[in-house]
Design a binder for this molecule. Structure first.
Ligand code: ATR
Length: 279
C-alpha cells in the first residue's frame, strides 16, 4: 500500500500541491499518494478531518488557510520556525505523535537564493506587511544572513511589535519595524518582498522608487496572478528583477517532501509547470 499524504484547507480545490508532490514522487520513485482534504467551514472540521486521516493511516499533511494555527496547536512537537510563525504548514504523524513544521520561510529563502540567484547574505531587506506571511519569513531571512531587515506596514505599530518580538531570534541581523511612510527617508534595499495581502485585492502598498537599490529584486509572495500592482510599481521604479511566489510554493513543498520521505526532489520541473509568465 502506498503511503498517504494530503493537503488540508478550506477552500482547497484550487491547490497545486497534489500536482507538485505528484511530480516529486514520480521523479524520486516514492510509493505514495497525495490528495486534497476540505476541512470545511464549521468549527471542529479541521480536528475531525485530522483525526480521520490519521486513523486511516495517513502519514503527513500540508496545511493551508485557514488551518495553519490549528495545525500548530494540534502538534506534540513543533520546530522553532513553526513556533515563531505561530503557524504550521506541514505535519508528520510518527508513532502516535504529531510533529509540526513551517517551511514557508525557508521556501522563500531557497527561491530567492537558489532559483532567482539573488544574495541575502549581508544585504538590506524590506518586508512589506506585518501579518502571518511576514511572521513566518523573518527568522529564515535573518538566518540566511540578511544584514538588516525593515518590516514596513500600513499599521506601523503592528510592524514594530512584530520586529521587537522576533529580533531576539534573528541572530546578528538588525530587525526593525515601522510605517510605510518611513520608507521615503530610508536607505535603499537590495531585496523588497511584498508579504501584504494587497495583491489579492488588486492593490499594492505604496513604496517609493527610492526604496529599490540598483539591481534590487522585487518579490511578491502571491503567485499565478502575473504582474501584480506591486511588481508593476517596482518596474515603473526601474526594477528589472521581479518575481512572484510560485518558487516559494514549490520550494516549501520540496522541504516538506524531504522531511516526510528523506529524499530531496529536484524542483525544476514543478517550477516550469507552475510558472505563469510575468507579463
Ligand atoms: P497574512 O497572514 O497573509 O500575512 P494578514 O495577517 O491578514 O494576512 O496580514 C495582511 C497584511 O497585509 C497586513 O500587514 C495588512 O496591513 P495592516 O496590518 O495595516 O492591516 C497588509 N495589507 C492588506 N491590504 C493592504 C493594502 N491594501 N495596502 C497595504 N497593506 C495591506
Amino acid at each position: 500500500m502506498p503511503d498517504r499524504y494530503a493537503v488540508i484547507g478550506h477552500p482547497i480545490a484550487h491547490s497545486q500541491s497534489p500536482l507538485i508532490h505528484g511530480l516529486f514522487a514520480q521523479a524520486t520513485g516514492q510509493d505514495m499518494t497525495y490528495g486534497l482534504i476540505d476541512g470545511g467551514a464549521d468549527e471542529g472540521g479541521f480536528a475531525r478531518a485530522l483525526a480521520e486521516f490519521r486513523a486511516s493511516g495517513g502519514r503527513g499533511l500540508n496545511v493551508t488557510l485557514p488551518f495553519k494555527l490549528q495545525a500548530l496547536a494540534a502538534a506534540d512537537d513543533a520546530s522553532e520556525d513553526a513556533r515563531l510563525a505561530g503557524a504550521a504548514n506541514a505535519l508528520r504523524f510518527d508513532g502516535g505523535r504529531i510533529e509540526a513544521r513551517n517551511f514557508d520561510g525557508i521556501g522563500l529563502v531557497r527561491d530567492i537564493t537558489h532559483n532567482l540567484g539573488a544574495a541575502l547574505a549581508g544585504r538590506r531587506v524590506l518586508v512589506l506587511g506585518a501579518g502571518g506571511a511576514t511572521r513566518g519569513a523573518l527568522r529564515p531571512l535573518a538566518l540566511a544572513g540578511a544584514a538588516e531587515i525593515l518590516v514596513a506596514n500600513r499599521t506601523a505599530d503592528k510592524a514594530r511589535t512584530l520586529a521587537d518580538e522576533l529580533a531576539p531570534h534573528c541572530g546578528d541581523c538588525t530587525l526593525h519595524g515601522g510605517g510605510l511612510d518611513a520608507l521615503a527617508g530610508a536607505a535603499p534595499f537590495d531585496v523588497v518582498i511584498n508579504a501584504t495581502s494587497a495583491s489579492l485585492s488588486g492593490d499594492a502598498p505604496p513604496v517609493p522608487a527610492s526604496a529599490f537599490a540598483p539591481g534590487a529584486l522585487a518579490y511578491d509572495m502571491v503567485y499565478g496572478k502575473g504582474l501584480t500592482p506591486f511588481l508593476r510599481a517596482a518596474q515603473a521604479a526601474g526594477v528589472t528583477r521581479v518575481a512572484d511566489g510560485v518558487g516559494m510554493l514549490v520550494e516549501q513543498a520540496a522541504e516538506a517532501f524531504a522531511w516526510w520521505r528523506g529524499v530531496r526532489p529536484d524542483t525544476r520541473e514543478a517550477l516550469a509547470r507552475l510558472t505563469v509568465p510575468l507579463a
